[in-house]
Write a protein of this length. Structure first.
Length: 94
């Protein structure tokens, strides 16, 4: 079992200012959202706990908020995709 990691991500184009996501072994342990729609983000937090990163990316990526090109769920998917790509790049370097 690997050590838990905490990702800090600054979303773009949404009300949420910062996302902090704890991950371990390809799964989300927990998440905190600062700014944005508190109730909706707490609902997302509850739903993603224990979920596989890949499943979250697949389910939430591309969701829009009203006329915006993105949403908090989409930004969370982008956060996790960036994390996944960085992990893969780091593994190649080592």
């Amino acid at each position: 079992m690997s050590k838990p990691e905490v990702i800090q991500y600054k979303p773009q184009g949404v009300c949420c200012q910062v996302m902090q996501v704890a991950v371990q072994d390809g799964k989300v342990l927990d998440a905190d959202f600062y700014g944005g729609c508190h109730g909706n983000l707490q609902g997302i937090r509850s739903l993603i706990k224990g979920m596989d990163i890949e499943e979250i990316i697949d389910k939430l990526g591309g969701i829009k908020c009203g006329s915006k090109a993105t949403s908090c769920p989409d930004q969370l998917a982008k956060c996790l995709l960036e994390y996944k790509q960085n992990k893969k790049a780091a593994a190649v370097e080592n």
